[in-house]
Ligand binder design. Structure first.
Ligand code: GLU
Length: 265
């Protein structure tokens, strides 16, 4: 049984690009008769707010995107991340943000001192190759990335790997901006002995200025009724205007998703 998911961070309203990714993930899962899960990635207390979660879930429901089982929140699952972290090869990183802006971290060689440190995964320059359903063959040398910040917050990379395993997710559909994170996550999953999911990275939506969409492009401010645009942008043709996500299921085909980023005129 295929299990897909959408995993937004409640740091603002979902913009058109995020809604498009959510819709693509839902279509992939439902077209295959699979389950679809909703996970709220709310680990960073300085950026996440319950009001944004409420708004995001409302925006998904308005499009007809449904999910199975209760919404899972990462903030409820800290002990799972701590248990996984204990199994990883890590070292302490004492670098400040200002230092890292000037030079790479050298804590693996030089060590450091103090009681404020992040934990970095010791990747030892491992190269990861994988086949992405939409983006094709990929190859990345994984850097020593942070798995727990100096303020104690578990990193997105760690939490997402633990959750996708615990929730038995078999298909990850998300924005192409996370392609290089995927190599890190595959290496983490392998190190923890988890099976690796299938990945499909959806090309991004660019704003009228040619740059990535900012959060301020809330779907409602760009388009009152985004579903027809979203469907067409995923290569779906329909005889009638779609009113809900299910109207797009019949015409959905992963092969028809345009390979290039789409632009908002
Ligand atoms: N929470 C991440 C984000 O909103 C996405 C995580 C994922 O899909 O793996 O960018």
């Amino acid at each position: 049984m295929l299990t897909g998911r959408f995993a937004p961070s409640p740091t603002g309203p979902l913009h058109l690009g995020s809604l498009r990714t959510a819709l693509a993930a839902w279509l992939f899962a439902r077209k295959a008769g699979g389950e679809f899960l909703l996970r709220v990635e709310d680990l960073d207390p300085s950026r996440c707010k319950p009001i944004f979660e409420t708004e995001q879930l409302q925006a998904l429901r308005a499009l007809g995107i449904d999910w199975d089982g209760p919404v899972v929140r990462q903030s409820d699952r800290l002990s799972l991340y701590a248990a996984a972290l204990a199994k990883l090869p890590v070292y302490r990183c004492y670098c400040t943000r200002a230092e890292l802006a000037q030079r790479p971290c050298n804590c693996r060689q030089l060590g450091g001192s103090g009681d404020r440190f992040a934990l970095r995964f010791d990747a030892r320059g491992t190269r990861i190759r994988f086949q992405d359903v939409l983006a094709g063959p990929q190859s990345f040398e994984v850097d020593d990335f942070i798995v727990r910040r100096a303020d104690g917050v578990f990193s997105y990379q760690l939490a997402v790997v633990v959750d996708d395993f615990q929730q038995e997710v078999t298909q990850v559909v998300r924005g192409a901006d996370l392609l290089d994170s995927t190599a890190r996550q595959i290496l983490l999953a392998r190190t923890l002995g988890y099976p690796v999911a299938q990945f499909a990275h959806v090309p991004l939506v660019m704003g009228p200025d040619g740059k990535r969409l900012a959060k301020r492009y809330g779907a409602s401010t760009v388009l009152e009724d985004p579903l027809p645009w979203l469907g067409a942008s995923l290569g779906i043709e329909t005889d009638e205007q779609p009113k809900t996500a299910a109207d797009l299921l019949e015409g959905f085909a992963p092969d028809a998703i345009p390979e290039q980023p789409v632009s908002l005129a």
